[in-house]
Design a protein around this ligand. Structure first.
Ligand code: TXA
Ligand code: MG
Length: 337
């Protein structure tokens, strides 16, 4: 299959491919998604094939406005509308009870569905023209770091999907926050572009699923099925070093082998001048760190380093999402200094 390269002006072409059951790489503000018509079971099945994604891992539906929620969801709590008013369009996915119209293949048979209204203008334009909810996981091969540029998306999907729309680098860089509103209190399943603090400002108490901060044991079932898989992982093993940035940099400098790769805050790059280094962003700028995290993890797959060491921000604000992605890439191999 030849994968078409589309530009932001090609909205109509992208929507037409979706409507006839094809697969399109679409830019969102978080990461690139691998989209298909979410009401077309056959098209959605092709997403799983293209990604090599386990069948028991449900997909989220993307809609152009909150008004579409009622078509696909039932028993919608007031909190969903309050969150939509505060943070949609934006990097937030809500888990709600689904209506029978939503195909089983989207929800992996669950009676809930993840709903998201993305903010990227090109994505919104495609959704509006297509007039279907678009099922879209992150556009990486299953297990690899999520794509934050069209080039990343092509690295994994060239020849496997109908088209990729190049909407530029993603402004957020980590995936949407997932909050389950079918429980009381609501539960954070995946930290992302909307922070826990922002959720609490609207919802009050929010439970944090244990899968966010630690490895799930063999008998445990995380609420977001995707959280159980090794994820975001480059080919080389990753060790995360968490704690005060001065101390974590010193620890890495002392313990990393000469050939090892290092992911560090910008200020500490000179310390690792002899090594293969990916800069995450300034220690105090989590927005920059979020934009760079997946690119940094991907970059080492082109270098063949035997191991990767990474500094990690504190868990406040966007730090919770960045630390979660780093920890998952490391299989939760974390050293606290
Ligand atoms: O930012 C994002 O959310 C990106 C862009 C493309 O929108 N999409 C994305 O999708 O990250 P994906 O499939 O890579 O991650 C969705 C996560 C998975 O861990 C999945 O298990 C979980 O959401 N999920 C989906 N539906 C669910 C449901 N009904 N209940 C619990 N977890 C669900
Ligand atoms: Mg994903």
């Amino acid at each position: 299959m030849q994968t078409l390269r589309l530009t932001p002006e090609d909205t109509a072409a992208a929507a037409a491919i979706l409507r006839r059951g094809g697969l399109v790489g679409i830019p969102t503000e978080t990461v690139y998604g691998l989209g298909a018509d979410g009401l077309n079971s056959e098209a959605v099945a092709h997403i799983f094939e293209a990604k090599g994604r386990p069948q028991d891992n449900p997909l989220i539906l993307h809609i152009p406005e909150a008004g579409w929620l009622d078509w696909y969801c039932r028993d919608i709590p007031d909190s969903a509308y309050a969150l939509a008013r505060a943070y949609w369009p934006g990097p937030l996915t809500m888990i709600l009870r689904r209506k029978p119209l939503v195909p089983d293949v989207v929800t992996a048979g669950l009676d809930t569905v993840g709903m998201r209204c993305p903010a990227h203008p090109v994505c919104r334009a495609i959704l509006r023209v297509a007039q279907v909810p678009v099922a879209a996981p992150s556009g990486n091969t299953s297990g690899r770091p999520s794509p934050t540029t069209a080039a990343h998306m092509l690295e994994d999907m060239d020849g496997r999907i109908d088209a990729v729309v190049d909407g530029g680098p993603c402004a957020v860089g980590v995936e949407s926050t997932i909050v389950d509103l079918t429980e009381t209190p609501p539960r954070l399943l995946r930290p992302g572009g909307i922070t826990l603090e922002q959720l609490e400002a609207v919802l009050g108490e929010v439970a944090v699923d244990p899968a966010v901060t630690r490895l799930m044991g063999a008998g445990e079932r995380p609420r977001a099925p995707g959280m159980k898989y090794r994820h975001y992982a480059p080919r080389a093993p990753v060790t995360v070093v968490a704690g005060d940035p001065q101390k974590s940099a010193a620890y890495i400098a002392q313990h990393a082998g000469a050939e090892d790769g290092v992911i560090c805050f910008d200020e500490f790059a000179p310390l690792f001048a002899e090594r293969d280094v990916e800069k995450l962003g300034p220690a105090a700028d989590k927005g920059e760190q979020a934009r760079h995290i997946f690119d940094a993890l991907r970059a080492f797959d082109h270098t063949g380093v035997p191991a990767i060491w990474a500094q990690c921000p504190d868990p406040s604000g966007l730090g919770l999402a960045i630390a979660n992605r780093l920890n998952k890439a490391a299989g939760f191999h974390v050293i606290q200094v």
